[in-house]
Design a protein around this ligand. Structure first.
Ligand code: UD1
Length: 417
């Protein structure tokens, strides 16, 4: 429940990145020795993945702010549907399982709220490395004696696909070239963790990653990078409420496209090391965005910008080029009084003077974040249902927002019937 209409003010500490933590946790499957992670966020998705890894043989012990992982005996290379269906990123175990023990049985993730999201490029890449793969009863069943290096071209840029193949290639026989690789900062963070474990990787952060396989990886310690999407979400929330917020422990260099768009919307942003302070220079002018792979504007920030644009001066256009069905938040924003029209993969947002609180429903992780921002802008009370989506990817979100002066609280859903 949010009582909106107050500007956010103060400081907030940004957590470790969900989308870096998930692949890095999977990297623990690649080695018999310990992997210690710092700055691991407390999130539902992290818990789900740790449970999945434990079922395979990973010993996991939470430490303050981090985790100690070790997988001396990878006895069950299986990812069951029950867990995979709750979190698509579980597909990230496929490459490490094949690389470490030559077999894997991983449930196909299936569709999700934001679109079809196939995993064909993960499978094709592993086949190019010599794996025999079939689909049986909804499971990817894969086998290989030892993966061998290969030249792999991915015709669509895929983040988890790049990560899966990069992990698989660390233990392959020979050199792997990943062409048209994703350049997301989380891919770089994973590569740095793998390098600390003894992997030989070059070119991460470019579209050509070269991996020279080694026989085994060793113990390592790695600090998970700050979450750029959580950072962007707080920046937009501050701008949309005409607030004044400083982010601590963030990653300004990974946020350039987002910062550029916020500047265009009339924000002033000051950088000081790994801190960012945002204020508005005047009225919210809104800003048109087009999502595309990094370093362009991230699809995971589209919904939040749309919430801000709802109350901007003038008309803005948001074009979604990554996922075919990522406008689920639009009908909910309309319930708060937004004027949004959809034409194919484009949303046309005509700014209105204000939003009004209403009951809305969260449909996926980033759509939920956009509804929170809209609720913070709106006059009156907004009740957001199905906030478990938020807990998947935002650490202590209501505590952090309360710390910035928001009137927000978690209430139990009313009993039905
Ligand atoms: C990751 C992020 C997600 C983000 C997305 C795009 C994680 C855990 N999740 O998701 O938050 O929104 O990147 O930045 O890091 N595709 C195929 N075949 C494949 C794989 C992908 O056609 O085998 C297509 C997808 O349908 C989509 C596009 O490629 O249209 C990009 O998807 P991808 O980068 O793979 O997204 P994820 O890695 O699942």
């Amino acid at each position: 429940m949010i009582a909106g209409g107050r500007p956010l003010r103060g400081e907030v500490r940004i957590s470790g990145a969900k989308n870096a933590a998930l692949p890095i946790l999977c990297a623990s499957l690649l080695s018999a020795q310990a992997l210690v992670l710092d700055n691991l966020p407390e999130l539902k998705d992290v818990d789900t993945l740790v449970r999945l890894l434990q079922g395979m043989g990973v010993h996991a012990e939470r430490q303050p702010g981090g985790i100690h992982l070790a997988c001396p005996d990878l006895h069950t290379p299986v990812a069951a549907y029950e867990l995979v269906k709750t979190m698509r990123a579980s597909i990230l175990v496929l490459g490490p399982l094949l690389a470490r023990c030559g077999q894997a049985r991983v449930s196909l993730p299936g569709g999700c709220a934001i679109g079809e999201r196939p995993v064909d490029l993960h499978i094709k890449g592993l086949e190019a490395m010599g794996a025999r793969i079939s689909i049986e009863h909804g499971y990817i069943v894969a086998q290989v004696d030892r993966l061998r290096g290969a030249r792999i071209f991915m015709d669509t840029i895929t983040v988890t696909g790049t990560e899966n193949l990069m992990m698989a290639a660390t233990l392959a026989d020979g050199i792997t070239l990943l062409e048209n690789a994703a350049r997301e900062p989380e891919v770089i963070d994973l590569a740095e963790c793998l390098i600390a474990m003894g992997a030989r990787i070059k070119g991460h952060g470019t579209d050509l990653i070269t991996i020279e396989g080694v026989p085994a990886l060793h113990a390592a310690r790695h600090r998970v990078m700050p979450d750029r999407i959580e950072s962007g979400t707080f920046l937009v929330a501050a701008a949309a409420t005409q607030g004044d917020v400083t982010l601590r422990n963030t990653c300004p260099d990974a946020l350039l496209a987002v910062l550029d768009k916020l500047y265009e919307a009339n924000a002033s942003i000051d950088r000081n090391g790994d801190s960012l302070r945002i204020r508005m220079r005047g009225p919210n002018l809104g800003v048109s965005v087009r999502t595309a792979p990094h370093p362009a504007f991230p699809t995971d920030m589209q919904a939040q910008f749309m919430a801000m644009n709802c109350v901007a001066e003038g008309t803005t256009v948001i074009t979604e080029t990554i996922f075919e069905n990522r406008f689920m938040h639009v009908q909910e924003l309309r319930r708060l009084g937004a004027n949004i029209e959809i034409e194919g993969n484009t949303a046309i947002i005509r700014g209105v003077p204000g939003l009004e609180g209403a009951d809305v429903m969260a449909t996926d992780l980033r759509a939920s974040a956009s509804l929170v921002i809209a609720g913070l802008i709106a006059q009156g009370e907004t009740r957001i249902e199905r906030i478990y989506h938020l807990d998947r990817g935002y650490e202590h979100i209501e505590a952090k927002l309360m710390g910035l002066g928001a009137d927000i609280r978690r209430v139990a859903a009313p009993a039905i019937g």
